[in-house]
Design a protein around this ligand. Structure first.
Ligand code: SAH
Length: 252
């Protein structure tokens, strides 16, 4: 029997934000591979073997998934959000690119999911309505200097910026430094959205503050931070969160 490998995104957390395509493939799988917290989001069932691993072992995990596929298994590698955004899809292709040449001919598919920035944006309005970029603030796989350079240039280009992996116990100072640098480049009134545990009804928290008041301690590992451009606007509302949106047009 020939195996296949699906690299699937589970969305930001809520069951109803998992696509029907991903649900179907999960129901057909024999093996589930991924970081423990994401594997735990898929209900156990007879016939499904779970291979949960530590968050830092992405390449090993990708190779394990490819090996299982060559053995004829129907394998799903799971990520949160979209698997192509700072997640397992690129790790699998790195493993294919550098690994056993026979892996190139396997049946490998990437199944999209709703990325944290899209789930967060939808909660508050349309902050990504004009040009934007996403930056991973983790310096595990790239030097901090490069991150600073990209942040500065993105702010100068007036992109809205989505910051992933803003903070962890191993990386406590990076987000504060990022705000400092952004305050040098952008008006201090630019809206900053801290969107935490989006779509997890018990824990979701979304706050919008001006850049001048943005502090790193507001964020954690399950927060995506959206930095507005100079055009991003707030629509205040009585007794509720303001809408935040970026107009579709910009003039020089
Ligand atoms: N592939 C994922 C991103 C993985 S990196 C995606 O497309 O969303 C992990 C980072 O994603 C976290 O540090 C956080 O910045 C963000 N994130 C993931 N789930 C989130 C959620 N429910 N709410 C807010 N941010 C989230």
């Amino acid at each position: 029997m020939s195996g296949w490998l699906a690299i699937a995104g589970l969305g930001p957390g809520a069951e109803e934000l998992i696509t029907p395509e991903v649900s179907r493939v999960l129901s057909e799988a024999t093996d589930l591979v991924g970081y423990g917290r994401y594997v735990a989001r898929v209900p156990e069932r007879p016939g499904l073997t779970r291979h949960a691993s530590d968050n830092r072992e992405e390449l090993d995990r990708a190779r394990q998934a490819l090996q299982l596929t060559t053995e004829g298994k129907r394998v799903v590698v799971v990520s949160s959000g979209d698997p192509g955004v700072f997640a397992m899809a690129a790790a699998v292709f790195e493993a294919v690119d550098t690994g056993n040449p026979s892996w190139r001919n396997l049946d490998i598919r990437v199944l999209p999911g709703i990325s944290a920035m899209f789930a967060a944006a939808a909660r508050i309005g349309a902050p990504l309505g004009h040009d934007f970029c996403a930056i991973n603030l983790s310096d595990n796989l790239k030097p901090w200097d490069l991150i600073e350079r990209r942040l500065r240039l993105a702010a100068q280009a007036d992109f809205v910026i989505a910051l992933y992996n803003p903070l962890s116990s191993a990386r406590p100072w990076q987000l504060g430094r990022a705000f400092e640098l952004l305050r040098e480049e952008l008006p201090e009134t630019v809206p900053v959205v801290f969107a935490s545990a989006v779509s997890d009804s018990a824990r979701e928290a979304i706050d919008t503050v001006p850049l001048r008041d943005a502090v790193a301690i507001r964020a954690d590992m399950r927060t995506v931070v959206l930095i507005g451009s100079s055009r991003t606007r707030l629509i205040p509302r009585d007794g509720g969160q303001p809408f935040v949106y970026t107009p579709r047009s910009a003039e020089a």
